[in-house]
Each structure stands twice: as structure tokens, then as C-alpha cells.
Design a protein around this ligand. Sequence first.
Ligand SMILES: NC(=O)c1ccc[n+]([C@@H]2O[C@H](COP(=O)([O-])OP(=O)(O)OC[C@H]3O[C@@H](n4cnc5c(N)ncnc54)[C@H](O)[C@@H]3O)[C@@H](O)[C@H]2O)c1
Ligand SMILES: N[C@@H](CCC=O)C(=O)O
Length: 542
Amino acid sequence: MDAVSAVPEPRNEPIRSYSPGSPERASLSAAVAELAGQRVEFTQTVGGARRMAGGDRVDVVQPHNRAHVLGVTAQATPDDVAGAVRAAKDAAPAWRALPFDERAAILLRAADLLAGPWRDTLNAATILGQSKSVQQAEIDSACELIDFWRFNVAFARRLLAEQPESGPGIWNRFDHRPLDGFVVAITPFNFTAIAGNLPTAPALMGNTVVWKPSVTQSLAAHHTMRLLEAAGLPPGVINLVTGDGPAVSEVALADPDFAGLHFTGSTKTFKYLWRTMASHLDTYRAYPRIVGETGGKDFVVAHASADPAALSVGLVRGAFEYQGQKCSAASRAYVARSVWEGGVRDQLADTTKSLTYGDVTDFSHFGGAVIDHRAFAKHADLFERVHAEGTLEVLTGGTADDSEGFFVQPTVLVGDDPTHEVFRTEYFGPILAVHVFDDADYPKVLELVDSSTAYGLTGAVFATDRHAVEEAQQALRFTAGNFYVNDKPTGAVVGQQPFGGSRASGTNDKAGSIFNLQRWISPRSIKETFVPPTSHGYPHMG
Ligand SMILES: NC(=O)c1ccc[n+]([C@@H]2O[C@H](COP(=O)([O-])OP(=O)(O)OC[C@H]3O[C@@H](n4cnc5c(N)ncnc54)[C@H](O)[C@@H]3O)[C@@H](O)[C@H]2O)c1
Ligand SMILES: N[C@@H](CCC=O)C(=O)O
């Protein structure tokens, strides 16, 4: 059991500007050129050994320049996953026996390496592999991941300090054990920070992990694994397996020692994994912990008192940064008619038309491409339907072109029918659906926002009238796990806006918070009696 020592006080990592002429811009450009010139074998890392998976090979490309292959990976086979599970089990006794401070030191060192010599590498990998602009890479693969590692150590320390009361002659203690088995972390393409956090949070609490990142995040995942090794992570604590994941569900989720799933990705995948776990319930030694943060259909509501300039910027940044590929992205907006017709319509159209999506290695672009051909096809199909149907006004955008990369233009669709699919479906791309309502209908619109989708992730209200803010806060209490007032619904910061949603958006365990870390321990209560009774009788017996 761990002694409780102080840990360094975490502070959010400052965001670098990369403005023209700055030394950080020159250094990042050099890292981008270097990584773009390599062709990497994205191997698995199992028990510390690197080896290509045994299944079909897959090229990993730059989404904005799809002819440019960054490297090759391969589908994990059931044997590959069984090897990773074995390695996680073998490493468990030594890892959980290591005092907390020693485990924490590895993540603190990883954070410092990332804040320093590894920053350019992870940012460059995220720019090239996931088509993020410099700004979007910096807030993700540098700042958020550094914050996850530093803040989690401080949260874990608070958790370990939690101890029960003790009466006279008795000492009660909590032994904050890791889970009784291994954890599976399955991570999405869109955030390098999430991919780095999901395996390391359970590891910090003493668990060993099988980590399956997304194929389209292979480049940044590969360098994250190398960074953790450089920080001193022992072999077998985190075992990276590659590919699309079917073998992970088939083998790891069916193992009797499977003890927890740490997932972020789509609602559809999470439901599939949950059903798979349910089908193996009788084989598990313990009930697995299930943490899943999933999709969203995130809203902005603008009251008649909204500040038009703040609203326009909130909509543009909220909907179109990182091509709308944030689970938190604004994808449906409900705007009071007086605000819409009073200038927001024109401002939103003009600003959206001025955004450039292009090759993100040219740092002047606002954004890049959507992640792959599947995401591209989904958007191209939607545009075809919208043009054919003719019920929505295409205020701007509505086109897609994959001749160079998977480019989808930032698009604003205006619709009279708020039940249309564009107000209910998560497309995960740069599409903002707008419904304009009569100013007097604000209470009705709040009800509509609450009831029209299955999700409950993020949302924002824009209003300067405090009554309108309060009304929205009450009416939308269960509509969003992260609620914003006069701000865009994206860009949560670790330690400041703990992130996660409920309903179809997940288990709301708030990544990067004490609530999340609590899911990766299984406390044991210990009672010690210093002078035990030596007679079985009680006073009332005479
Ligand atoms: N709520 C949040 O915090 C949050 C954060 C980021 C992304 N997301 C959501 O993630 C989605 C986008 O990410 P994505 O496209 O990578 O999601 P996805 O569900 O397609 O994939 C997520 C991960 O699951 C794996 N996977 C898919 N099928 C599997 C199977 N049968 N067995 C095992 N693994 C399997 C994928 O390979 C990937 O690693 C969006 O819906 C977005 O809203 C949510
Ligand atoms: N935490 C991020 C979103 C993560 C999902 O993609 C945000 O707040 O924008």
C-alpha cells in the first residue's frame, strides 16, 4: 500500500502561438518535413517487443494529401491479441507492486518530455496523420495530453488520500487496489490526447492495459508509445495492438481476467462492445468497469438578447475547427429571428465562406481534410440528398472534393423543420444545421433542443439576458454534460471543464478528473483491532 506524499501542483500547459517568424514555428516545420519524409512500420508493442501484426496490411495516408503514405500497419489477429493479453497479465504483479510515486513519476516525466523535446514530434504527427491545423494540434497533442498526465497524478494522489474514520482502539484503512485483471483501452482517431490518456489513466492506478488505437491515428499513436517508453514505462504495462479491432472484442473482451473497458469513439461501436461484454458476463471473474465516452449532436441556442459578434464566432469556431470532427462540435443551432435577420445570417455566411481548408502542412490554412474515404463518402452522400430534396437552404458550402485529399467544404444548412435528419444525426464533419425561431418561442425551442436527439454531450446558450441564461440552464440540465454560456461548446480544458456527456453520449465519467480515475481502482477496507475482546459475552447478559 502507498504512503501519501505530496505531488507537483499541476498548471495547464501554455498554448504556443506558432505565429509567422517565431522560433517554435520553424522548429515545428522542420519536424513536419522530417516525419513526412519517413515511411514508418506501425508495429504492435507487446511486452516491450515490436512486431507487425499478422493480418492484412493497411496503408496510413495523409488525409489532405491521400497519395502520401505515412506508413503501413496491419490488422491484429486473434493470436496477436492473445499475446497482448498475456503480456498484460504477466506484467501486472510487478506493476501493481510498484509504489504509486514511482508510477506517477513516469507520467510526470512523459509530460515534461512532451512539453519539451517531444512536442514537435507529436504535433507534427497529429498534423500529418489526422489533418489538424497547428493550433488544433497544439491544443490536443501537446497541451491536453500534458495536462492529462500532470493533472491525473494530482487527482490520483487526492483519491489515494481518501481514508475511512477510525474509532477508539481500531485502525480502519482503505487499500486502493487496482482492478482484479487487465484493462482494454480503445481509442478514437480524432484526439491524440484522448488516445494517450485512455491507456495511461488506468495504468497510473496500477492496472496493466491492452491499447488499441485507431488505424487513422497510427502515426501519433506510434510516437506516443515511443514517448512513454522514453519516460520509463516498463514493458508489458501498456500493450499496443493495431488494426480495426474485431480481434480485440473477440479475444480480450472474452477473457475471464478482463476487468475494465476504457473507450472513446462512436455510440454505435460502444453499444456493440457493451453487447459483446454482456454476452461474456458469466465468464468474467469480476464485473468489468465500463467507461465509454461517445458521440454527440451538440447545440447552440441563441436568445434574442445574444451578442451577434460573439454568437457568429462561437458558431464558426464551434462548428468548423478541426473540420467539425470533435465530439463537442456545434452541429445544430437554434437562433432567434431578430438576431439572425439582424446580421448573424450574413456574418456567419461571409466568415464561413472565407475559411480555407487545405494541406495543413501550409500553416496558413484554417483547417484540413476529413479523416478518410468513409467520412468523405458520408458527407458527399448527404450533400447529394440535400440538393435532391431541396427542403433545406444551403447558405454556404455543400460541396466535397477528394481529388487531392478528403475535403468537405464548411457548410451551413438552414431548415424550417427542426426534426429533419440534419438536426438529429452526428455526421462528424463540418456541417452546421440552423433553425430560426420566432423570438417569443424561446421556451418551446429549449424543449425542442432537449428532446430532438438521443445525445447529451455539449451545448451552449448565447444570451445577455440573465433570465434567459437561467431558463436555458434549467431546461437543458440533462441535455449536455458540458454546458457553455456565451462560449462555443468545444475546447474543454483538463482541470477546468471536466469533459463527458450522458444519454447516448456516454457514461459521463469525466476524462481527466478524479471521477474517471476512481473507476480504475477497487478499494479494500481493512479493519485492525488493537486489543481484541477475549470473551464472547455482552453486558446485557448479566
Ligand atoms: N465523448 C467523447 O469524449 C468523445 C471524444 C472523441 C470522439 N468521440 C466520438 O468518437 C467518434 C469518432 O471517432 P472514431 O471514428 O474513431 O470512432 P469509432 O467508433 O469508429 O472507433 C473508435 C475505436 O473503436 C475501434 N473499433 C471499432 N469497431 C471495433 C470493434 N468491433 N471492436 C473493437 N474495436 C473497434 C476503432 O478501431 C477505434 O479504435 C465520434 O462519434 C465522436 O463523437 C467522443
Ligand atoms: N474535449 C474536446 C472534445 C473531445 C471530442 O472529440 C472538446 O472539448 O472540444
